[in-house]
Design a protein around this ligand. Structure first.
Ligand SMILES: [Mn+2]
Length: 341
């Protein structure tokens, strides 16, 4: 381990690692890399992704080495009594990313039960100060890159760890389309030289889309609204429209994914794409994707003016807020108007 952080992991014996929502290959991959590394040092670890996952999500991610070692469940029950020395928050900024908020966002776990809380992350901002110790590198592509450049020695990287790391890098950079640097590519090269199964990773992330994904992409294209003076294309989905078009949870997931991957930030003249959906009446989710070269609005920063929970990166931001749909829509339009001037 690199000297600077050695003391954080050497004295304690047991670690509870929570990897963050939303589910992605960095959250899971970095979780598994850290678990395997700490175990190699003789530590006891439990790794939890903080909600149950669907069969489809399982099928998409079970190619990851050691996938079965991730427990997928709400974390509230883990915080009734302290059973580990240290709590680690991985790959997320806000406490809501570490417990199941789908049924209710209330009644959050008592994370304070742990006086030693290490947050390892690469996202911007830390309004809640969830960690007592922060290993935070917002310029790095992924939490896996933080682990593999700042904490874990190269000698620990075998083929399985290399595949986990490569999946995390590819996932968070969209296969090196954004948020990467010379350091990211150096690590990627190193992981390939350690025989990361990059063909498998690419196949699972980019060449294994369902038919529903493309149906939803068609829906996105037909339902997007171009605001020329704001340089923004929107998909607005108030609760009534979701009901009318029979967009259930699964379809909504594909819709959001296809919007983010294949549409937002790719239309010339529209530096950003925003999807706004009201999952239940009065609870609105916003997901923004900005073009690397042409988007000049710092969404994690401006979205705080609306309220709610969320964050992310300059060009990839998500949040949710308890307000009615029209209010959120108007606030967004006003904010973008203000910041494009
Ligand atoms: Mn990440």
């Amino acid at each position: 381990m690199l000297k600077k952080y050695q003391h954080l992991f050497s004295k304690d014996q047991s670690f509870l690692i929570l990897c963050s929502k939303p589910l992605d290959s960095d959250s899971l991959g970095s979780g598994l890399i850290l678990k395997k590394y700490l175990e190699s040092l003789g530590k006891k670890c439990k790794l939890v992704f903080p909600r149950e996952i669907t069969e489809e999500e399982k099928a998409m991610n079970s190619y990851l080495p050691y996938f079965d070692e991730i427990e997928t469940k709400d974390t509230r029950e883990l915080f009734t009594k302290k059973a580990f020395d240290v709590l680690i928050f991985l790959d997320g900024t806000n406490s809501v990313q570490y417990y199941d908020t789908d049924k209710t966002p209330d009644n959050s776990p008592n994370f304070q039960l742990y006086t030693d809380r290490i947050r390892i992350d690469h996202h911007h901002g830390n309004p809640e100060k969830i960690g007592t110790i922060n290993i935070h590198f917002p310029k790095l592509s992924s939490t896996a890159e933080v682990l593999l450049t700042k904490i874990i020695p190269d000698s620990f990287i075998d083929q399985e760890i290399a595949t986990l790391g490569y999946a995390a890098l590819v996932g968070d950079t969209g296969n090196f389309q954004w948020n990467f640097s010379a350091s990211t590519l150096r690590i990627a090269g190193k992981l390939i030289s350690k025989r990361a199964d990059w063909e498998l990773v690419l196949d699972k992330i980019f060449f294994s889309k369902s038919k529903s994904y493309f149906d939803m992409l068609a829906y996105v294209i037909q339902n997007s609204e171009y605001y020329d003076d704001l340089g923004t294309c929107f998909v607005f989905l108030p609760y009534k429209k979701l009901q009318k078009d029979q967009l259930d949870e699964d379809k909504l997931k594909d819709l959001k994914q296809s919007f983010q991957d294949a549409f937002a930030r790719r239309v010339i003249g529209y530096p950003r794409g925003i999807i706004v959906y009201e999952k239940e009446p009065g609870r609105v989710y916003v997901s923004v994707r900005g073009n690397n070269l042409t988007n000049n609005i710092n969404f994690p920063k401006i979205l705080m003016e609306i309220g709610g929970n969320g964050g992310g990166h300059f060009n990839a931001t998500g949040f949710d807020v308890k307000q009615d749909f029209k209010t959120v829509k108007n606030s967004l339009i006003q904010l973008i108007t203000k910041y494009t001037r």
